[in-house]
Design a protein. Structure first.
Length: 368
């Protein structure tokens, strides 16, 4: 016992080399919490060191190497009497805090979150995802969370953080107004909303919420089955045609099975089709013959514009064009145009107008 105490007085290097992935805070253990005056304190990247004297935080050290003298510890020097010409051992505790990012922390709703959907009404939602944190203010984290715990891990605070996330997530989802069918397309937006809402609460613990991801938002199984049926109906389209297709497939399967069961299925399907399809001899006696649908109206004849004295006139319908051709105001050489033609053409070159000039003789050759 005396030997261990004497050996503790000669140890003057204070450092943390633990590489465990889940340790957030580790306390440097010394005999009687005595740290030799002038000891070397090594704080590596991804770490910060906190001095605690008699339960009160004295100093915080960022990455680097320090020699522990009173001039380097102005706050600690005011907390101790410093007898023996300031050369007595430090009566203090040293806590190392890991400032790296702790990733892939899980969260999820234990109970469904009830929200009002604009399309389906009240629905119950479940969600889960991941988040990442790191220690931003070691002094606050030790004061509010760690206390005197000499080896503090992520598991010791993860449940509390998960409860905060789930509580705020339910409020945000219920008040967002995002339809259930659009939640998958808005998971990034939902994650940003939740992160902005709970980040200040994490800061109260001395933590920084680095990332927050919503990986899935799901409905109860029975609601998902109803959505699947609704989707199937949309894929099928015309239910009457789909029923006829199924009946035809059943008839084919029944014809391939000569047994009694197959024949019975074929007869039932045939009776079903007989009720839907017309009889080859016309209407059944019990039903009146359906009137044939009226023929569609004839297409409207195109109207043509005609160049008269260098200017476009019209448009003229078939009767007007016939009268102009009979009067000589429309000749084979007259330029005409109608919708769909790329350019003006002589009337004699348009097939639709060729019949107008059948009874009109061409001009006499050589006539003035």
């Amino acid at each position: 016992m005396i030997f261990e105490k004497l050996m503790g007085q000669f140890v003057d290097v204070i450092q943390w080399l633990d590489d465990s992935p889940d340790t957030m805070v580790w306390r440097f253990e010394r005999q009687g919490n005595e740290i030799k005056y002038g000891a070397k304190l090594t704080v590596r990247e991804g770490q910060m060191a906190v001095f605690v004297n008699e339960g009160e935080i004295a100093d915080t050290f960022t990455p680097g190497m320090y020699e522990l003298f009173t001039r380097n510890l102005p706050i600690l020097s005011t907390l101790q009497a410093w007898p023996h010409a300031f050369e007595s051992p430090f009566k203090a505790e040293v806590y190392f805090c890991s400032t790296r990012v702790f990733t892939d922390l899980k969260w999820g709703t234990k109970n469904p979150v009830i929200a009002r959907d604009p399309e389906f009404g009240p629905v119950r939602l479940r969600a889960f995802g991941t988040y990442a944190i790191r220690i931003k203010d070691p002094a606050v984290f030790i004061r509010e969370v760690v206390g005197t715990d000499g080896h503090f891990t992520v598991d010791e605070i993860q449940d509390q953080l998960r409860n905060v996330i789930v509580a705020r997530f339910g409020n945000i989802v219920a008040g967002s107004g995002i339809p259930v069918l659009d939640l998958a397309a808005n998971q990034d937006q939902m994650g940003q909303l939740v992160q902005g809402r709970i980040a200040p609460e994490f800061a109260n613990y001395g933590l920084e919420l680095v990332t927050f991801l919503v990986e899935n938002v799901s409905l109860p199984p029975e609601v998902e089955q109803a959505l699947d049926r609704r989707t199937s109906m949309g894929v099928v389209g015309d239910l009457t045609k789909y029923a006829q297709f199924q009946a035809a497939e059943a008839m084919r399967a029944a014809a391939a099975n000569p047994g009694a069961a197959g024949q019975a299925i074929g007869m039932m399907v045939g009776m079903g089709l007989g009720q839907q399809q017309p009889s080859p001899w016309g209407a059944r006696p019990s039903e009146p013959a359906a009137a044939p649908p009226p023929p569609p109206p004839p297409p409207a004849a195109p109207a043509y514009h005609v160049v008269v004295n260098g200017k476009a006139a019209g448009p003229f319908g078939p009767d007007e064009l016939r009268e102009r051709a009979a009067a000589g105001a429309l000749t084979r050489a007259s330029l005409v145009w109608t919708q769909g033609m790329p350019e003006w053409k002589p009337a004699g070159d348009v097939d639709e107008l060729a019949a107008l000039f059948a009874a009109v003789p061409p001009p006499v050759p050589g006539a003035a």
